[in-house]
Design a protein around this ligand. Structure first.
Ligand code: GLN
Length: 563
């Protein structure tokens, strides 16, 4: 059996340098050389998963097919490599300690003193090697360590990596270190000292990196590369410049130009031909040189913290590239809409997206903005809470259920059109207890969704506790709301649409988690297309002759309204 090779990605100086993007970029370059790659993130915090963490602190929670709630870097891995990952691809210190402590309680350690070395480090090593053991066809396992070198909590992880390097022997593991090389404006100079210190910290714990990725705002001269290389014991050609770029998807191309993937395969003794990056280059070209710009409003609670909407932002880049447009996102704090009305914020946008969310803050503003785009026939896309708000808006303003709302926010409602899912009533614990992960959904063939997917059965990822309350199905559909996607047993409403509207789709799931570069999510692609058409021709209402009348004649009879 051939053994897999291991690449470890560490970070130094400061966080937020883009280690996830760096790891994903290395991953895709190796993949384009025909290698089978698996990428993993090790997070040194004690939370068992980021599912219970505030998005203000940690950005969005990225949900996988198997329902794992993971770090947002897994989103980069999937978007770059096109692979769908599993819960083994995100390990936290919390998970590691939890399993060691559980084993200790069971008495598995036979009276031994349980310690960070070797028990915690062994658990970390086995979770790294598991990716290679689980699938013997994997050529390279890339493990990215969260945090920066020098953090107390990172130490056991780096120690585990050091041990793997020792055990696997020379040429089988490679360390890549990402650092900041700052430009000091007042001195007009690039400074290498922070990088030297950070590599020294790594060497102190027994790790000598082979490659340095230097984040910088200015190009690195040969002299600077020589200097960094000399101080850090790294050949100057392996001091790779990672300069600020227009789009993150350029990063693999920059690395490749500097010979990074060539060096990696040589060093690890992998027989892999040069990659064909022409398709990737073509998409990057489209992202950088779009035919036109359109404006899409995003109305949400965390608009000041873009990491909370990372996957949505990326989905618009993918969908924009496929439509040859650049989507300029207009961030609208839902609370502002409540204070000042929708018109001034939404005038001039070509589409509105309401993302997922939790908690009542800003919900009325979201509902008001949906009211505006529904009545003005402006393309609308609602995701999770966004879909729930669309149902509430429709119930209130079309079906006349004035106090319609979600049971999530008020318990004594006359019309809780969004209600707790049946299996959520008894749940009291927070971590990992929502409806999580991929579930199938059956589409109505006569719908915008089907037009987008061109498939009857789709599978999408979920993260929610509340749902469309079935009691209201007839009342809302008779007023023109279409339930165009249902769970296979027909019990759960997954997609709502308004067929008489230009493009109005709300989904209970999170399509943004499955959009990839070169394979945009069908609903994002079609939403952007609709917004782009609206941009060109805002006054031309779409003629949809197959649409049922907004109010069914039977209902008019029932209400005694027929003339
Ligand atoms: N808060 C809503 C629910 O739990 C929506 C969740 C979401 O948008 N992810 O159902």
């Amino acid at each position: 059996m051939k053994g897999a090779k291991y690449i470890f990605v560490t970070g130094g100086v400061v966080s937020s340098l883009g280690k996830g993007i760096a790891s994903a970029s290395i991953g895709v370059l190796l993949q384009k050389r025909g290698l089978k790659v698996n990428i993993q993130k090790m997070d040194p915090y004690i939370n068992v998963d980021p599912g219970t963490m505030n998005p203000f602190q940690h950005g969005e929670v990225f949900v996988l097919d198997d329902g794992a709630e993971t770090d947002l870097d897994l989103g980069h891995y999937e978007r770059f490599t096109g692979q769908s990952l599993s819960r083994d691809n995100n390990v936290t210190a919390g998970q590691v300690y939890l399993s060691v402590i559980n084993r200790e309680r069971k008495g598995d350690y036979l009276g031994a003193t349980v310690q960070v070395i070797p028990h915690i480090t062994n658990e970390i090593k086995s979770r790294i090697r598991k990716l290679a053991r689980r699938d013997e066809t994997v050529d390279v396992v890339i493990t990215e360590f969260g945090g920066t070198v020098g953090d107390i909590e990172s130490l056991p992880f780096l120690e585990a990596a050091r041990q793997i390097a020792l055990e696997e022997g020379p040429g089988n593991t490679l360390f890549v270190h990402l650092t900041l090389v700052p430009y000091i404006e007042t001195a007009g100079e690039i400074k290498t000292k922070p990088t030297q210190h950070s590599v020294r910290d790594l060497r102190e714990i027994g790790i000598q990196p082979q490659v340095l990725l230097c984040r910088t705002s200015k190009p690195l001269s040969d002299a600077i590369r020589e200097k960094i290389g000399l101080f850090c014991s790294i050949p100057a050609k392996n001091v790779i410049e990672s300069i600020d770029v227009d789009t993150i998807y350029e990063v693999p191309l920059l690395y490749h130009e500097q010979g990074l993937d060539n060096y990696i395969v040589d060093y690890l003794g992998l027989d892999a031909p040069d990659p064909d990056l022409s398709e990737w280059e073509e998409i990057v070209r489209k992202i950088k040189r779009p035919d036109k710009h359109i404006r899409i409003g995003i109305c949400g609670k965390y608009v000041h913290l873009k990491d909370a909407y990372k996957s949505i932002i990326e989905s618009f880049i993918h969908a924009g590239a496929e439509n040859n447009v650049k989507v300029d996102l207009v961030w609208i704090a839902s609370e502002d809409i409540k204070l000042n009305g929708a018109e001034q914020y939404l005038k001039g946008i070509d589409g509105l997206l309401i993302p997922g969310g939790f908690g009542e803050r800003g919900v009325e503003g979201k509902i008001e903005s949906i009211h505006y785009v529904r009545e003005h026939n402006i393309p609308f896309f609602g995701i999770c809470l966004g879909m729930q708000c669309a149902v509430i808006e429709f119930a209130r303003n079309v079906a006349g259920l004035a106090d319609a709302h979600s049971y999530e926010f008020y318990r004594d409602l006359k019309h809780p059109v969004i209600h707790l899912m049946a299996d959520q009533h008894e749940v009291t614990e927070m971590g990992g207890t929502m409806r999580l992960g991929a579930f199938p959904c059956i589409l109505d063939e006569n719908s915008k969704s089907y037009e987008a997917y061109q498939e009857r059965t789709i599978s999408e990822r979920h993260r929610h506790r509340y749902e469309f309350y079935n009691y209201y199905r007839d009342q809302l559909t008779s007023r023109g709301l279409k339930l165009s996607g249902l769970s296979p047993d027909g019990k759960l409403v997954e997609i709502v649409e308004i067929p008489s509207h230009r493009w109005f789709v709300g989904v209970q799931f999170h399509p943004e988690l499955k959009s990839r570069l070169g394979n945009a999510h069908p609903l994002f692609r079609e939403f952007v297309r609709a917004a782009s058409e609206y941009h060109d021709n805002p006054n031309q209402p779409e003629l949809n002759l197959e649409t049922e009348p907004v109010v069914k004649p039977e209902l008019l009879d029932e209400l005694n309204l027929r003339q």
